[in-house]
Write a protein that binds this ligand. Structure first.
Ligand SMILES: NC(=O)C1=CN([C@@H]2O[C@H](COP(=O)(O)OP(=O)(O)OC[C@H]3O[C@@H](n4cnc5c(N)ncnc54)[C@H](OP(=O)(O)O)[C@@H]3O)[C@@H](O)[C@H]2O)C=CC1
Ligand SMILES: CCCCCCCCCCCCCCCC(=O)[C@@H](N)CO
Length: 324
């Protein structure tokens, strides 16, 4: 009994912490319905975006897709019509062209859930990568996201139903930690997080809720092309997080969006990354906040072990290269 006493005295501490977090987490928890609402997905003609479109349509949303290739858009429209019977609107536009994007969004009508998913990835060491490729990734992934959000925001604010709305950005685990071969890509995806954190403060008064999704390697047409050129070290380091199917990522993303989660991890490694890189991001769930506060220290240690292992791989790889 005497031995148990210190533990009994400590027990109220976590409970007090939970109670404190319950009162202070901001923004407050929210539910964002998608049935009968307008879900607009950029890059919705392939991979993760297409899987999201299928899910949203099957849950009764009115879906619009924007991408460059009209042919791929028409194929996507047809496949969604066959699987869920719903009629999807399609818009051919390059996110780098503000005027075209603005017109497409005006034609599509007020958006309730905006999913900014378009993305390009050309993995290569910076020394071997042309600045044209760097600019390409920053323009499509980051500046393109600004174009889409800037064009959609005024109409989102005027939505008629006044229910909570969402802006979701598809980042990457390479937007939480820099990975060899991804200097430009990581920069573009880290950028989305800064954009999202600031934007959430600006749109909260309009009941618009921002989510950032961080998928690991995901089996998509884009990823298939990427693996043909990806440096060996990028493969090894990215392999630290287990890969997923586009459909599984879409499921996690849509659940995260509907619960208004700011950070949306997709797999187990993603949850660890989210806690290790929680920083000053908003957290609506007092329970998740409790886990972040309790495990921050030990996950920093785990992160240092990952870095130790990654730098060992890099060292071995250079040694092997010198030998041959
Ligand atoms: N697959 C993966 O391993 C991972 C992907 N991600 C991210 O998820 C998102 C989707 O990736 P994924 O599904 O693999 O990609 P895909 O290459 O399969 O699909 C990309 C989509 O974006 C569209 N797109 C590309 N460039 C533009 C542009 N300039 N303007 C408008 N639309 C464009 C494409 O259509 P079109 O070419 O016709 O324009 C297509 O619809 C990206 O942001 C990516 O960075 C994150 C983590 C892992
Ligand atoms: C604290 C402990 C953390 C443990 C987990 C660390 C795992 C990090 C792995 C990073 C993987 C990056 C994949 C990028 C995928 C992508 O975006 C490209 N396929 C392009 O589409």
């Amino acid at each position: 009994m005497v031995i148990l006493l210190p533990f009994l005295l400590l027990l109220p501490l976590p409970l007090l912490l939970l109670l404190l977090l319950y009162f202070i987490v901001r923004p407050r928890p929210v539910r964002i319905p998608i049935k009968n609402r307008h879900v607009f997905i950029t890059g919705g003609s392939s991979g993760i975006g297409l899987a999201l479109a299928h899910r949203a349509a099957s849950q009764g949303a009115r879906v619009s897709l924007l991408a460059r290739s009209l042919k791929k858009l028409e194929e996507a429209k047809e496949s969604i019509r066959l699987s869920s019977g719903s009629d999807v609107s399609i818009f051919s536009a390059d996110v780098r062209d503000y005027d075209v994007v603005e017109k497409a969004i005006r034609d599509a009508g007020p958006i309730d859930v905006l999913v900014v998913n378009q993305g390009v990835f050309v993995p290569r060491e910076l020394e071997k990568q042309g600045l044209d490729e760097v600019k390409f990734m920053l323009d499509v992934n980051l500046m393109g996201s600004f174009n889409v959000i800037k064009a959609a925001l005024p109409l989102m604010k005027q939505r008629i139903d006044r229910l909570p709305a969402s802006i979701a950005l598809i980042s990457s685990q390479a937007g939480q930690v820099g990975i060899y071969g991804y200097t430009a890509y990581s920069a573009s995806k880290f950028g989305l997080r800064g954009l999202a954190e600031a934007l959430q403060q600006e749109v909260i008064a309009d009941d618009i809720h921002v989510s950032v999704v961080f998928p690991p390697d995901t089996d998509t047409p884009g990823f298939e092309k990427e693996t043909e050129v990806r440096p060996e070290l990028t493969n090894i380091l990215a392999g630290s997080s287990s890969s997923m199917t586009a459909d599984n990522v879409a499921k996690k993303a849509l659940d995260g969006i509907q619960s208004g989660s700011f950070i949306v991890p997709c797999n187990f490694d993603g949850h660890m990354l989210a806690i290790a890189t929680a920083g000053l991001s908003p957290q609506r769930s007092f329970w998740m906040a409790f886990i972040e506060v309790s495990f921050a220290g030990v996950l920093r240690l785990v992160a240092l072990f990952f870095q130790w292992n990654w730098y060992r791989c890099i060292e071995h790889w250079h040694a092997k290269k010198k030998d041959t």
